[in-house]
Structure formats: C-alpha cells, structure tokens
Write a protein that binds this ligand. Sequence first.
Ligand SMILES: Nc1ncnc2c1ncn2[C@@H]1O[C@H](COP(=O)(O)OP(=O)(O)OP(=O)(O)O)[C@@H](O)[C@H]1O
Ligand SMILES: [Mg+2]
Length: 240
Amino acid sequence: MGYGDFVLMRDLNFTIYHGDIFIIMGGSGCGKSTMMTILIGLKSPAKGRVLYDDTDFWAADQQTREQIIRRGGVMYQSGALWSSMTLGENIALPLEIYTNLSTAEVDEVVELKLELVGLAGFKDFYPSEISGGMQKRAGIARAMALDPEILFFDEPSAGLDPVSARRLDDMIIELSESMGTTMVVVTHELASIFAIGTNSVFLDVSKRTMTATGNPNKLLAESHDPTLHMFLTRGETLEK
Ligand SMILES: Nc1ncnc2c1ncn2[C@@H]1O[C@H](COP(=O)(O)OP(=O)(O)OP(=O)(O)O)[C@@H](O)[C@H]1O
Ligand SMILES: [Mg+2]
C-alpha cells in the first residue's frame, strides 16, 4: 500500500476470521489508518488483493462492491456524529437512507442500538451534551445501525480517560460475543491490545512490511522479533 510513488508497506498477507477481534498495530505513521481505508474499500491497494470470503473486492463490479461495503460499519477516530442532530437522529440516518423501515420501526431500532451501547434514554441528547466516552459509544451505535457483520474502529479509545477506555474495550468484547460481529480495531494502546485482541497484524515501519500476525498475547510470549517485543512491552525489554 502507498500513496503515489511512495510505498508505505509491501508483502502484506494475513487473514481476518469471522468473529475475530483483529488488531491492526504498529507505531505512529506506520500505515494503520491507511490499511483500514483499504479494508473498508475507500482506497485501493497499490498492488495485490483484498478478499472478502472468495470475492476480490477491487476486481468486483460496482454492485458487488456496494454489497460488501454494506456488510461493514465504521467508527472513525472522532466518533464523527453530526453535531446538529440528536443521538437518535444520528442513528436513524443510515436506516432512513438504506432501508425501507417505517418511522416506528426506525425508532425501535434506534432505541435498541442505544440500549446496546448503554445509552438508553439519551435519544434526544445532542452530541455536545454528552461525554467523550458516550460520544464514542453513540458512534458505535450508529455504526451498528445496519447490523454489520464487521465493525471497523480507528483508535476507538483515543482521547478517553483510562476508565472510559476500559469500558469501551469491554463493550467491544460484549458486542463481539453477543452479536458475533467481527471487529477490526486500529490501536496502539497496549492495554486494549492484550485485553480484547484475538488476532492481529503488526506493521513494522522500519522494515516497511508486516512482521507478525496472530494472537497478541501469544506473540508477546513466543515472538523473538526485537521490534515487536519492544512495541508489545513499550520498550521495557530495551531498558533492561
Ligand atoms: N492522503 C495521503 N497522502 C499521502 N501520504 C499520506 C496520506 N495519508 C497518510 N499518508 C502518509 O502515510 C503514512 C501512514 O499514515 P497513516 O495515517 O496510515 O499511519 P497510522 O499508522 O495510522 O499513524 P497514526 O498512528 O499516527 O494514526 C504517513 O507517513 C503519512 O504521512
Ligand atoms: Mg491513524
């Protein structure tokens, strides 16, 4: 993957399995967000393929691509709620655009999704009236509106205090277990990586490629790669 002539990463080959909480990890600027934009179909890989089951996304026709995109929900770094809309209206928006549900049915789904993220009763609040952690959860509720099979998160806990970050992690696990949603999470928060990750890919910025894939706890226990080890121990192995 890259931008123009600039090659960011090469030789990337990994599989995200149904039900995974898959972590895209690596240092600042290594290409985590870029990888996410490629996975969700907003940017094409410079070379290679992105397969959804057996379908080559970028080789597929427009209609197939749209169907695949519809299987995913995205929560961006900021939560990205519309500030002029209530939480209820924010969540209702994708339902109004993409489904033929009646107003009453949309209302019902909105209530359900808010309940799912612990925000029952906040339907008529504006984003500015709730905390950062609640905004993130509302962002998740909106990303979940269309019942996606896969949820993508870019730095979900960025800007949250440790307790709210922890609560968000717990919610990601809960949703994964109760809904069976596959989660793809960009993060460099070690606590999150070990608490929620069932699978991962590590992007090594100096080698310009991935150097590991697998369960992060297992990678920490078994990998002998110094860069990965340093990343997973926040440099503590270096200091010893
Ligand atoms: N639109 C763009 N055009 C050109 N280069 C870009 C563009 N977006 C990102 N880059 C470059 O690609 C590299 C990777 O950026 P990316 O945002 O994917 O990294 P990241 O791992 O998400 O970083 P961070 O941890 O800071 O969020 C950076 O060097 C960045 O300058
Ligand atoms: Mg990023």
